[in-house]
Design a protein around this ligand. Structure first.
Ligand code: GLU
Length: 283
């Protein structure tokens, strides 16, 4: 049974880029006769905007993108994330390095622009220093590869290219990388369809799936919508809220034939027509 999902971060209203991701995952699920779940990724509490979840759900509904079951909110899932951390404990450690210290000692820059952590605290944080992040050891890991349904083969050596990444912070704060892996597994997600801005995160997620004994879903990354300056559309870059009138353009953005109704779009859905580019400017 196909189980797909759309996992927006409620940091603002649904903009065109998120509509593209929502439409692609909805079409792929419906064309496969599968389920389509919605999950609100509200783990990053300071960035959450009150009312944004409700608004996103209203936009999805107004666009005819109906979901199955009740939306799941990551803010209610702390116990599941803590249990996963417990299982990962043999390969995690608390790190007390400041951003500054990491920048000064870093061994390079990860694909997402973050500094690669040099592993300073692997043998224990210096006594008396406050811990800042729980990291997972990635040293000695092998190059991971997966076959993306649009982008083709993606390879990454998580240890060398990303380094020991953060799973949690003091005070019960969990990161996206941990939460998404636990939720996709607990919800039985078989197919992840999302924006290619997350392509570089996927090997980290597969790395955690393997450590936790979870199956790896199939992946399909669609081009991310960017503005004329090449920035991902977001509330910060001033992207307007999407409306049902944007659906034809979202379908065109995905390389699909135009369709008068969503039912017709489901019938015509052809992932082979999606561009392999990681980003496409919109409008
Ligand atoms: N919450 C993430 C975002 O809005 C998407 C996560 C995912 O699809 O895995 O960018």
């Amino acid at each position: 049974m196909y189980i797909g999902r759309f996992a927006p971060s409620p940091t603002g209203p649904l903009h065109f880029g998120s509509l593209v991701a929502a439409l692609a995952s909805w079409l792929d699920a419906r064309a496969s006769g599968g389920k389509w779940l919605v999950r609100m990724e509200d783990v990053d509490r300071p960035r959450v905007v009150p009312g944004a979840s409700k608004r996103i759900l209203e936009t999805l509904r107004s666009c005819g993108l109906y979901w199955d079951g009740e939306p799941v909110f990551q803010s209610t899932r702390s116990a599941a994330y803590a249990a996963a951390l417990e299982r990962l404990r043999p390969s995690t450690y608390w790190c007390a390095c400041s951003r500054r210290e990491i920048a000064d000692s870093s061994t390079g820059v990860a694909p997402d622009g973050a500094q690669i952590y040099p592993g300073t605290c692997r043998q224990g944080a210096a006594p008396g220093k406050a811990v800042r992040a729980l990291r997972v050891r990635t040293d000695g890991s092998e190059t991971l590869s997966f076959m993306d349904r649009v982008q083709g083969e993606v390879r990454q050596d998580v240890g060398a290219e990303v380094g020991d990444f953060v799973l949690a912070r003091p005070g019960g704060e969990f990161t996206y990388q941990l939460a998404v892996v636990v939720d996709d597994a607990d919800e039985g997600v078989t197919d992840v369809v999302r924006g290619a801005d997350l392509l570089e995160s996927t090997p980290r997620q597969i790395f955690l799936q393997r450590r936790l004994g979870y199956p790896t879903p199939r992946y399909l990354h669609v081009p991310a919508a960017v503005n004329a300056a090449g920035e991902k559309l977001s509330k910060q870059t001033g992207a307007p809220e999407a409306t049902p009138a944007d659906l034809p353009q979202a379908l065109a953005f995905l390389g699909q034939r135009s369709a008068a109704t969503l039912e017709a779009a489901v019938r015509n859905w052809d992932p082979a027509r999606i561009s392999r580019r990681r980003t496409i400017a919109f409008p």
